[in-house]
Design a protein around this ligand. Sequence first.
Ligand SMILES: Nc1ncnc2c1ncn2[C@@H]1O[C@H](COP(=O)(O)OP(=O)(O)OP(=O)(O)O)[C@@H](O)[C@H]1O
Ligand SMILES: [Mg+2]
Length: 266
Amino acid sequence: MIILKIGGSILTNKDSIESEVDAASLKRIASEIKRSFDNSSKELIIVHGAGSFGHPPAKKHKIGEAFDESQYPEKRLGFCEIQNEVKRLNMFVCEAFIRQGLPTIAIPASSFITANDKRITKGNLDLFKRYLGKGFIPVIYGDVVLDDELEFCVISGDQIIQYLSVNLTPDRVILGTDVDGVYNKNPKTHEDALFFDKFTSLEDLDTLEGTTNVDVTGGMVGKIKELLYLADLGIESKIINAEVEDNIFKVLENKEVKGTVISRGN
Ligand SMILES: Nc1ncnc2c1ncn2[C@@H]1O[C@H](COP(=O)(O)OP(=O)(O)OP(=O)(O)O)[C@@H](O)[C@H]1O
Ligand SMILES: [Mg+2]
């Protein structure tokens, strides 16, 4: 089983406030996955990020922050707005995949996962197993969920990756984003950033500022934290650049692709 994340940074333009899908990237990625499926059948779960559909409204409505009882109706409506936006992106994703002939089935986190203080505590994955057993490709994405402590919170696609990986023990965990992997600082703002083939500790970063855009779940640093937690449990993951043509195809085919392996080993 392979768990593959397609970052919201590739599917959308996160520097824009417009929620528009990058149709060309989406189509290319869908066709790369199809090509790999045609080569050999595999069990695959897709997780995608929220990109410019989810992060800006989540920031606007301050979902995940404490609020007064009097603000409840407004927060609840904000929650609905975000849920609908990320669902809209998911429909674009599934549509592109189905057009390629990939049997994708959406399983939104907001309909079965709950959290406590922004961490997933409950979410029955039996349905994932049933769909996988019938040859479907389950698709789940960064979403809003009910939170026991905070009423509402946002859970990132990266946290979902972590939760699925702990509970389903996949053979491989791959995250596609818009940079080659992890650097000691943001490569988009620092030309001299150093690349890591292997990343083992947050201490290797020069700065804990993991994002230059609207990402409400911590950008690269939030991602690495989820993956180091997985590494602690002995589950290795790899971050690759999904903007580079053929990278997704190659990685699914277990071919060498530039990227950062997150592990605790040497
Ligand atoms: N040390 C770092 N190494 C690599 N990238 C970094 C670093 N610090 C910040 N970044 C930024 O992190 C971004 C990728 O994280 P981000 O969460 O925005 O993408 P994503 O996971 O693909 O999107 P989404 O969260 O919507 O799914 C890159 O665009 C890069 O600019
Ligand atoms: Mg992110």
